[in-house]
Design a binder for this molecule. Sequence first.
Ligand SMILES: *Cc1c(COP(=O)(O)O)cnc(C)c1O
Length: 387
Amino acid sequence: MQILQEQITSPPIHPSEARADSTGVLLTVDLDALAENYRRLDRLSGRATCAAVVKANAYGLGVAIIAPALHLAGCRTFFVATFAEANDLRDVLDANGQDAEVFVLNGISVQDAAPAQERRLVPVLNSLEQVAAWRTSATSQPEVAIHVDTAMSRLGLPLAAAAHLLSESDLYEELNVTALLSHLACSEQPDHPLNRQQLESFMALREGLPPLRSGVANSSGIFLGPEFCLDLVRTGVALYGANPTPDRPNPMAEVVNLKGKIIQTRQIDRGMTVGYGATFTATRPMRLATVPVGYADGYARALGNRGLGEIGGVRVPVVGRVSMDLTVFDVTDVAPGIAVPGNDIQLIGGAASLDEVAEAAGTISYEILVRLGARLKRIYISTAEHT
Ligand SMILES: *Cc1c(COP(=O)(O)O)cnc(C)c1O
């Protein structure tokens, strides 16, 4: 809650006012781009409800600002992972005078049924045991969603168990089942045969059941086509600007941008080394620029000798290991007078896109996003008033 308080006291500022802090780092979160992405995904999902996934503090971007901005963009259904996140989200929405449905993907312990019902936090039930516990809970006809596993083997009822359960008419007297969900395993690979198999298993399950609001698609699932959108889609990473269609250009607007000011430059000779472990050796005379961002800021250590930034329109590679608080770039090929102390290197965004940085780090944009706020203060920007 302390984090939430801090975010509430940092309202969005106009992009032209966004300045690096005294350490020379600027992490911005563009709320206009976020809203544009929400509206675009909502349009693409046709008649389906477009729900926003704001688990893990809105993928590390700060749920206290992100959720109200999404609500302003039209979002009225949210998903989080845990009951604690759901309570925080409800606090945030209440504080902003906003109302919305809130689903909890990892379920809610039946001991918390009463406060959950009072605050309208809806558990996604993932096993027969959870369903059984909620059927006998003290609250009357609690609202729940049911998650069916069609390929993930992670959470959710197995298909056969779900089919049996959902055919019991008593179930609907004991529980107010407001949604039936499944989750796609390979949605970012449009040609993967599992996508259609999962959809077909899910549709077969639904046949003959009372009409239940249904959904299988995450961000990439929306781009598989209208038949995957059903009644409800759950979009997370695409809202925050990552590419939901990795084999095509990114259709989403950039939300997250990280820049670091050059705090030192130096010329090194052929044969000299850079950084811990001397993992990089100059093969020619080189000019280097040091930026005050490191793995403690969420700039992945795996980017050592693999990452890239951008300055003056030139892509500049990371040389040597990323340190806790510092990273060194090879700026030899940048025009004179540009890669000088006080000027910015673009670390994430622009020509060093989030997805490309993630790939260079051997991970996915999700993981880069959730780690970015570790030390850096997020500056929210918007040309509109978001209060
Ligand atoms: C995290 C999550 C999502 C959102 O996925 P994105 O790929 O970020 O859109 C949707 N559904 C479930 C069950 C999730 O765990």
